[in-house]
Ligand binder design. Structure first.
Ligand code: MG
Length: 383
């Protein structure tokens, strides 16, 4: 089997991420890159990426500048077309090294991540096994989900939103950024409202959003102000590259500190583990380097006794991928479940993933185990 084509399809939803003061459910991704890898065996693999899709597309479509010479600034497709898609590990490094002069992070590693996921999807379809079996473990067939959404602008709206998610069967809810960080007193009241509504038996997570710049001491004081409401973790309290700052915060507070959605590769996650000392690593499969990187990150986390809760705030394709990673790791606590109702969040796969009693089933079909909807692609395709 050989790779015949790598394509990035650009999708645009009419909806927007919610307005910061809105009481409404956010709509989710506006732009999405959908990577499709084709083979001469008729097997195709898919992955979405939430990035600047035209930049990722350029990284994939760029020509092979270094034909016969140093592979260091080549288009990603040019590096893997004609290769055996089942060699995921070698192809990952071939793409990483072959894009080293312009890549390593940002849109290049996101494009590599999506291609890697598509290759694992192809491998699963080839071997007729779900990806978690290829990774080597089916520790569980369902994963507890947390509803992942944005902060609402007022305590009453926080209560209403919390109630809606509990009524849907969730036993854990995360509120993220939006209005959080504008007013410390209001922040406390918003978190308090969510905790009151959900009672003691459910879990509450807080994503403070790093766009609000904080020093480590300011971050510690934010954590302490909401610790009385017992958050399961507090996410991205500092700039994602302030590794030493994370180390100070993690060692100063009782609450688990989570970070990693912006981080990439095993080299990056080593910084978060050793210097950042974060309790919970949140690799996003479509940003960290795909399954090939994520399985190494899981091993590093297991060795360092940290938890991995993959970041997944995009479509059901990414949630499916995260479920496979969660089935593979020995200790999985949560899958992030984006509650957005926009079309790119909810209808990119034919049968959207569902919550049952607070859990989502790990897909058991070959590869990612979910089927991309051609109808949705045609409807929202702009490039
Ligand atoms: Mg986040």
């Amino acid at each position: 089997m050989k790779i015949t084509d790598v394509e990035l399809i650009i999708l645009k939803s009419p909806g927007l991420y919610n307005a910061p003061d809105s009481a409404e459910e956010p709509q989710g991704a506006t732009f999405l890159g959908l990577v499709k890898v084709s083979t001469d065996a008729g097997i195709t693999g898919y992955s979405d990426i939430e990035t600047a899709p035209s930049v990722a597309k350029a990284a994939i479509d760029a020509p092979r500048w270094a034909e016969g010479g140093l592979e260091a600034f080549d288009g990603l497709a040019s590096l893997i077309v004609g290769q055996n898609p089942l060699e995921m590990e070698r192809l990952w490094y071939k793409m990483y090294r072959g894009s080293i002069y312009y890549g390593r992070r940002g849109a290049a590693i996101q494009a590599i991540s999506a291609i890697d996921i598509a290759l694992w999807d192809i491998a699963g379809k080839f071997y007729r096994q779900p990806i978690h079996i290829l990774l080597g473990a089916a520790w569980r067939d369902k994963v507890r989900a947390y509803a992942s959404t944005l902060f609402r602008g007022a305590p009453e709206a926080m209560r209403q939103a919390t109630r809606i998610y509990l009524d849907q069967g969730f036993t854990a809810v995360k509120f993220g950024w939006g209005v959080f960080g504008r007013n410390p007193d209001q922040d406390v009241r918003l978190v308090e409202a969510a905790r009151e509504e959900m009672g003691d038996q459910n879990d509450l997570m807080v994503d403070t959003g790093w766009f609000i710049e904080r020093t480590p001491k300011q971050a510690i004081s934010v954590v302490r102000s909401i610790e009385p409401f017992r958050p399961y973790f507090i996410e991205e309290i500092l700039h994602p590259e302030d590794y030493d700052g994370y180390g100070k915060v993690a060692e100063s507070v009782e609450t688990a500190i989570a970070c990693g959605e912006q981080e990439a590769t095993e080299w990056g996650f080593r910084q978060l583990i050793d210097r950042g000392k974060v309790d919970i690593l949140q690799p996003d499969l479509t940003r960290c380097g795909g399954f090939t990187s994520a399985r190494k990150i899981v091993h590093m986390a297991e060795l360092a006794n940290r938890l991995v809760i993959p970041h997944s705030w995009c479509s059901d394709l990414l949630t499916a991928a995260s479920l496979h990673l969660n089935a593979f790791q020995r200790r999985a606590v949560f899958v992030e479940f984006n509650t957005s109702q926009g079309p790119l969040s909810r209808s990119l796969v034919k049968e959207p993933l569902r919550i049952e009693d607070g859990y989502v089933a790990v897909p058991q079909g070959p590869g990612l185990g979910v089927e991309v909807s051609e109808e949705t692609i045609e409807k929202y395709r702009i490039g």
